[in-house]
Ligand binder design. Structure first.
Ligand SMILES: NC(=O)c1ccc[n+]([C@@H]2O[C@H](COP(=O)([O-])OP(=O)(O)OC[C@H]3O[C@@H](n4cnc5c(N)ncnc54)[C@H](O)[C@@H]3O)[C@@H](O)[C@H]2O)c1
Ligand SMILES: [Zn+2]
Ligand SMILES: [Zn+2]
Length: 394
């Protein structure tokens, strides 16, 4: 089959690789009909995530048709399913607490030592996201093997287009959990750093959870425009100083809740960001953490900080004093996708959440390398790229 494979920094290719096979009774094989490129994939593309190997198949946002099932799968051939990016067994200690992205069984034992050493406990399994998270082949391909197919995939009813439901695989539940983690109360003012797909879904979710005002921050005019369409006020950090603008907009108090939807590749010519960038490029550091630092400093006393954004390493210049002295709370994590699927599918069907507005490009799988370059280099216009394996290359 054809699949998008990683070969190094800014080097992804569509190669012919072996077809996936059923390995365990609970597996299913899915024929991919739609798969998206994620902001998290850019961290791989830019070479920031360790333990990648040449030839790894990328992709963790995908859906398609069930074509083969193991004896323990509950899926049936011909069903259309969206697959969560988190691989979870459904029955371990963490899955029992609905903390699916902390599943102890999704990541094969021989890969667990890496996470144990880096983070104190092994990471769970994720599709197409390095050997730290299991080394699973991802779904930017014609076919993919889905482990624990009796737990993760959600069957899509007839009448819904791929474009309407594809983002259930990751960014929609991620934006939703980001807002949930912000513990929003009616009347709250919520600030969201980053108007990428995750930030934009966090904006929509925050309003649905009762926020009175949402203030969205970015520097790409088109992305800010999309946030305004959902009712957010906006700050362009190249035109105004974010901290000062937030204080002014909140009567000097600061936002009640702050959501960091930027992550380890923060943009902007800020002193801390420039130092982070130099450290990352000289292998003295890993993450550029400007936005989470700023969220903590801007947040009102007693407020809540939610961090769906991905970070990977150990950071410095972290405003721990501000965090403690102001009595803030911080919630974060890879999304527990499986927990949110039924309710979010229902919200899409009821028209409460719009997902298709985000798609700026639909491309053939064969054109995926062009898609990565576009999503990386032209973020203003490129809000989300959906790859269609069935489509003819341009
Ligand atoms: N927790 C999870 O399970 C999960 C799932 C999906 C994505 N993510 C992470 O969420 C983050 C966002 O994902 P995305 O797909 O929206 O990515 P994206 O790269 O499309 O969007 C990030 C946005 O942040 C903006 N930005 C950069 N620096 C900024 C700054 N200093 N202030 C304000 N905005 C700034 C960028 O201009 C961009 O629009 C990434 O780190 C991604 O890895 C986490
Ligand atoms: Zn993703
Ligand atoms: Zn589990």
């Amino acid at each position: 089959m054809r699949a998008l494979t990683w070969h190094g920094k800014h080097d992804v290719r569509v190669d012919t690789v072996d077809d996936p096979e059923i390995l365990n009774p609970r597996d299913a094989i899915i024929k991919i009909t739609s798969t998206a490129i994620c902001g998290s994939d850019l961290h791989l593309y830019d070479g920031y995530i360790p333990t990648m190997q040449a030839g790894d198949i990328l992709g963790h946002e995908f859906m398609g048709e069930v074509v083969e099932t193991g004896s323990g799968s509950t899926l049936k051939k011909g069903q259309r399913v969206v697959v969560p990016f988190t691989i979870a067994c459904g029955s371990c200690f963490h899955c029992g607490k609905q903390q699916f992205s902390a599943c102890d069984n999704g990541n094969p034992a021989d890969n667990q030592d890496i996470g144990q050493t880096l983070y104190g406990q092994p990471m769970s399994g994720l599709f197409g996201y390095s050997h730290l998270t299991g080394g699973y082949a991802g779904g930017q391909a014609e076919y993919v093997r889905v482990p624990f197919s009796d737990v993760g995939p959600i069957v899509i009813p007839d009448g819904l287009e791929d474009d309407e439901v594809l983002f259930l695989s990751d960014i929609l539940p991620t934006g939703w959990m980001a807002a949930e983690n912000a513990d929003i109360e009616p009347g709250d003012t919520v600030a969201v750093w980053g108007c990428g797909p995750v930030g934009l879904f966090a904006v929509q979710s925050a309003f649905l959870m009762g926020a009175e005002r949402v203030i969205a921050i970015d520097h790409f005019p088109h992305r800010l425009e999309l946030a305004r369409k959902f009712g957010a006020e906006t700050i362009n950090f190249e035109e105004s100083k974010t901290y000062e603008a937030l204080l002014e907009m909140t009567g000097g108090i600061g936002p009640d809740a702050c959501i960091d939807a930027v992550g380890l590749e923060a943009h902007g010519f800020f002193v801390d960001n420039v130092i982070d960038q130099i450290k990352a490029s000289t292998f003295l550091g890993t993450d550029r953490t400007h936005s989470i630092r700023q969220a903590i400093v801007a947040c009102r006393k007693g407020g809540r900080v939610s961090m769906p954004a991905v970070y990977g390493g150990i950071v410095d210049k972290f405003p721990l004093g501000a965090f403690m002295e102001k009595g803030l709370t911080l919630k974060t994590g890879q999304t527990h996708v499986q927990r949110y699927l039924p309710a979010l599918l229902a919200a899409i069907m009821e028209g409460k959440i719009d997902t298709t507005f985000l798609i700026s490009h639909r491309m053939a799988l064969e054109d995926a390398p062009k898609g990565y370059k576009l999503f990386h280099d032209q973020q203003n216009e490129t809000t989300k790229i959906v790859l269609k394996p069935g489509m003819l290359a341009a």
